[in-house]
Write a protein that binds this ligand. Structure first.
Ligand code: 8ID
Ligand code: ZN
Length: 353
């Protein structure tokens, strides 16, 4: 028997944290599930900065309204629609990611680039996400969570972890190379430091404040630069890397300034990976890009295999999400803290609290 009610965090218009209401709505009935769909009982969900962009509506394509946000969910399958048992069973521990579904049949999907599928649907953006106790979801796009990885740990691997893991791949680095991670004390960044170290890279973190500095250094940054108190970040990075700059920057900050700086400290043939998503323009010198033979690449979440790999690494204990556990009803204050830049690591919500 499914619970009659579903507790959700919902907003009806874009704006600040005060737009969010926590309420009980009628739960989906088993008979309402479409073929291929399942009902997932979410237990834990991370809060990603993308959820804040969705709330504020500051991206070029605004989200559906009203919206139940969230796209880093870990929970248990509780009901199956017709045919869903081909993919999952009741009781399976599963993860919900940014990509809720894609056609799996177009050229991009065939190449495992589901993020480029014209029909892909983002969770907590185009369809309701994980800031609720029960989510209907296509069975084929869920990710199984490895045994031995707690659901509260798995949650933020499903967006922050996968995204930064894939972004590091896009930087095409070799063990021993230098990578700079602006935003190293944030959700994506603090996981990026660990995935990078795990791949044998040397990491320089950029962020601000003593809490984020300590976290960045404890997780493996050899060098930490506070962008608010360092007058010449580019020179500091060149000094740390034998005078020539880093092999790559993987920018995990929602800040245009972090991007502009990166073009000044990556070495010739270096790569700038665009991950953090301020809605802004990056001025790039055409002349300098040619002279330095720089590469600038965008990276968006990861595919199903990236998710499996990112979770496996976490299950082996090589990467840990450093999170503070709060309740779903705390979501407005969590967004307020995110706006103020007060969150080191991640906030994970217990959706029952
Ligand atoms: O697929 C993608 N590309 C993807 C997936 C998930 C998230 C992109 N994102 C985007 C989010 O939408 C957001 O724009 O990545 C960005 C970072 O998400 P997050 O890690 O969830 O945000 P956070 O926890 O707030 O961390 C951001 C960190 O950046 C620092 C902040 O202090 C914070 O610790 N930061 C800022 I703001 N400006 C900085 C700067 N100039 C900076 N760090 C270095 N230099
Ligand atoms: Zn996210």
């Amino acid at each position: 028997e499914l619970a009659p009610k579903n507790r959700v965090a919902i907003f009806y218009e874009n704006g600040g944290p005060d737009k969010i209401s926590i309420k009980d709505i009628d739960n989906v009935k088993q008979s309402e599930l479409n073929p291929g769909e399942v009902l997932v009982r979410v237990l834990f969900t991370g809060v990603c900065h993308s959820d804040l962009h969705a709330l504020q509506g500051d991206w070029p394509f605004p989200p559906k309204l009203p919206l139940i946000g969230g796209h880093e969910g870990a929970g248990i399958v509780v009901a199956l629609g017709q045919g869903a048992s081909e993919y999952v069973q009741v009781g399976d521990r599963v993860g919900i990611k940014w990509i809720a579904d894609a056609c799996l049949n177009c050229e991009y999907c065939r190449l495992s680039h589901e993020i480029n599928c014209p029909q892909y649907k983002p969770s907590g953006y185009a369809v309701d996400g994980t800031f609720q106790q029960y989510v209907r979801h296509t069975a084929r796009y869920l990710t199984k969570i490895p045994d031995g990885l707690e659901l509260s740990q798995a949650a933020s691997i499903l967006c922050a972890g996968v995204t930064i893991y894939r972004a590091l791949k896009e930087a095409s680095l070799q063990p021993g190379n230098w990578v700079v991670i602006p935003g190293s004390g944030g959700g994506l960044g603090h996981l990026g430091v660990q995935y990078a170290r795990n791949a044998g890279l040397r990491v320089i973190g950029i962020d601000t404040g003593s809490e984020k500095q300590t976290m960045s250094q404890q997780l493996g940054c050899e060098v930490f630069i506070d962008f608010k108190t360092t007058s010449d970040v580019a020179t500091a990075i060149k000094d740390a890397t034998g005078g020539i700059g880093a092999h790559a920057a993987v920018v995990a900050a929602a800040s245009p300034a972090a991007y502009e700086l990166a073009l000044d400290y990556i070495r010739p043939r270096g790569t700038l990976v665009i991950v953090g998503m301020p809605n802004s323009i990056l001025p790039v010198s055409i002349f300098k890009t040619v002279l330095m033979t720089h590469k600038i690449v965008g990276s968006a979440v990861g595919n199903r295999q990236d998710a499996v790999e990112a979770l496996e690494i976490a299950a082996r204990g090589m990467v840990k999400v450093h999170f503070t556990l709060k309740g779903l009803s705390d979501l407005p204050s969590v967004f307020e803290d995110m706006i103020q830049g007060r969150i080191a690591g991640r906030i994970v919500l217990d959706v029952d609290k």
